[in-house]
Design a protein around this ligand. Structure first.
Ligand code: HEC
Ligand code: HEC
Ligand code: HEC
Ligand code: HEC
Length: 111
């Protein structure tokens, strides 16, 4: 009886632990998520941000392709915006979708 109880508690603990690990991953910001790939150098030369964001923009495109080749939310902004204008990588979490209202005030939404 005692053993059954203990192993039940153990199972619950494992489940809670697994859940909190998953929960944590979902709360990870986009920069930390990418840092797991090749460190800060995934995006920054020598781990230091560039002055104009141009180097970082090139890194995004080297893995994801250019705005022109992405979804309809991306295409109209080709050669108008940097990725970080919408994906503020150090501020937003993985799976958070950018909105349009920061720049367009006509109520349009992501397609
Ligand atoms: C997914 C790419 C990416 C990764 C990985 C990344 N950064 Fe950044 N980081 C950026 C971009 C893009 C900016 C420019 C932000 C802006 O213009 O608002 C930036 C800005 C910064 C800034 C300027 C201050 C700020 O927050 O705007 C610092 C400092 C910085 N990063 C440090 C780091 C460090 C240290 C790491 C590793 C732990 C790291 N970054 C990982 C993309 C990245
Ligand atoms: C005008 C704002 C905007 C800009 C600029 C932008 N994005 Fe996005 N991005 C979005 C929105 C909205 C979504 C969610 C809906 C969708 O997938 O179209 C998204 C989703 C994504 C996704 C996840 C979905 C997928 O297709 O895998 C990736 C990856 C992504 N963007 C990368 C980028 C990169 C890389 C750049 C720069 C080359 C960029 N984005 C520039 C708004 C933007
Ligand atoms: C070293 C390659 C690499 C670089 C550089 C890179 N990414 Fe990614 N990124 C990935 C991979 C791999 C994924 C996971 C698969 C996917 O969602 O496309 C990802 C995922 C994403 C996602 C979707 C996350 C989610 O919510 O599921 C966004 C948005 C994104 N990246 C934006 C950017 C932006 C903005 C930059 C530049 C500041 C950038 N990436 C630089 C490889 C990269
Ligand atoms: C960081 C600012 C910014 C964000 C956020 C943004 N846009 Fe834009 N968008 C622009 C700029 C700049 C242009 C080019 C100038 C213009 O035509 O107004 C543009 C142009 C467009 C155009 C073509 C011209 C027009 O007005 O129809 C479409 C379509 C568009 N954006 C859709 C979206 C959608 C959908 C979203 C949300 C997913 C979004 N934008 C988010 C800045 C932004």
């Amino acid at each position: 009886m005692k053993n059954t109880l203990l192993s039940c508690l153990f199972t619950v603990c494992v489940a809670l632990f697994t859940f909190s690990v998953d929960g944590f991953a979902a709360q990870e910001n986009l920069a930390d998520y990418h840092t797991g790939m090749n460190g800060c150098e995934s995006c920054h030369a020598n781990g230091e941000p560039s002055v104009d964001g141009g180097y970082e923009f090139e890194q995004c495109q080297s893995c994801h392709g250019s705005l022109a080749g992405m979804s309809d939310n991306h295409k109209p902004h080709d050669s108008m915006l940097l990725c970080v204008d919408c994906h503020a990588v150090h501020e937003v979490n993985v799976a958070e979708q950018p909105t349009c209202e920061a720049c367009h005030d006509d109520g349009r939404v992501a397609k």
